[in-house]
Design a protein around this ligand. Structure first.
Ligand code: NAP
Length: 330
């Protein structure tokens, strides 16, 4: 490996931090016993918040941003991994209190590394990344809570986002009838191409105020939060299942209990920070029965140097699907 390499690091600015493209040295690698040559790292909403210092996420400075990555083992002091092994990792404090994926090399504890599951390429693993893992986990939890395709339609809110795009693809593969709710009606063809049966335009929607609205959904995945999550709860059918995983539209949630006590609506929180075994089980599903069919359409390769623009696009809700830093792209 080279002594110095490209990295996007967040530095202390007295507030939540400020990121920049720079180079770092081998001597600066974070703690761990396995060095990985990073091939791909995806761009997530949380990365944009960290990189632009919009939220208190970074817990050490400087911090290599990037909450997920896939790559090849370069050096290992752990018997489970050998040079050349293909791996992926995310969570475990990556890009929070341990360096993350936006560097050509990273050092990580072996306990955090997931061998690339059979059925996924390194690109596919990063194209899925935390977003795909979240979509897979949400659907797994919804199924455990009774969601079946014969129950009715499933709403995916924040539809053009990374998690939501992948969720639409997976749900349609599983035979669900998917309704996509988006603020970008011009992306209807993209959403139907992923498998959405109908596209709802957020800007033309009436969210209403009644404690219970007409029932519409057997299931719902929500990236947005705020008043939209409250509306979703009020429009769920009996025993409907909501997976709430995002706050792209705000952290407030002002609802009422009637959907829960009169309709048995189940509101499930989704958080990807789970023990390695649980993570690996979801990754195995993502490589098999939950593998999206349109990842090449959802995910776009970008050059490392274009990361700052990618963050701006995500924060402005201009981005569609997933962006994946390809370190080989110049
Ligand atoms: N719980 C977890 O473990 C976990 C894991 C991963 C992600 N997340 C969270 O899940 C959410 C989605 O993540 P992502 O990576 O899919 O993000 P993303 O690609 O930025 O997608 C977010 C989407 O939400 C919609 N949106 C609606 N109102 C918005 C607003 N005011 N500002 C920005 N976007 C708005 C937009 O889609 P439309 O225009 O199509 O509506 C946007 O594309 C984020 O809040 C993220 O932090 C949570």
């Amino acid at each position: 490996m080279t002594d110095s390499f490209r990295a996007y690091r967040v530095h202390d600015n007295g507030r939540f931090g400020e990121g920049r493209l720079e180079s770092m040295t081998r001597a600066e690698l974070d703690h761990g016993n396995v060095v990985v040559r990073v091939a791909y790292a995806s761009v997530n909403y949380k990365d944009a918040l960290t990189a632009r210092g919009r939220a208190k996420i970074a817990r050490k400075f400087p911090l290599v941003a990037g909450i997920d990555l896939s790559g090849t083992v370069e050096e290992s002091a752990d018997a489970r991994f050998r040079p050349g092994d293909e791996v992926l990792t995310h969570s475990f404090g990556l890009a929070v209190d341990h360096d993350g994926g936006y560097a050509e090399y990273g050092r990580f504890p072996a306990d955090w590394l997931i061998p690339l599951p059979a059925g996924l390429s390194l690109f596919e693993a990063a194209a899925l990344g935390v977003a795909g893992h979240t979509a897979g986990l949400a659907i797994d939890l919804m199924q455990l809570n009774g969601l079946r395709r014969e129950n009715g339609k499933v709403l995916v809110n924040g539809a053009t986002g990374g998690v939501a795009s992948i969720a639409i693809d997976i749900l349609s593969r599983l035979g669900f009838q998917v309704a996509a709710l988006t603020g970008k009606s011009e992306e209807s063809a993209y959403l139907t191409g992923l498998g959405a049966a109908e596209v709802l335009d957020r800007n033309a929607m009436e969210f209403g105020t009644r404690p219970l609205e007409a029932t519409l959904w057997a299931g719902a995945l929500d990236s947005v939060g705020g008043e939209q999550l409250a509306w979703i709860a009020r429009t769920m059918q009996k025993n409907g299942v909501i997976a709430a995983f995002g706050n792209a539209g705000g952290v407030e949630f002002q609802g009422n209990v009637l959907p829960f006590i009169l309709r048995g609506v189940r509101l499930i929180g989704v958080n990807v920070d789970n023990p390695l075994e649980r993570k690996m089980a979801i990754w195995r599903r993502l490589a098999t029965d939950l593998k999206p069919r349109h990842l090449e359409r959802i995910a776009r390769r970008i050059a490392f140097e274009t990361l700052p623009q990618a963050f701006e696009d995500l924060l402005a809700a201009r981005a569609r699907g997933r962006m994946v830093v390809d370190f080989a792209l110049r």
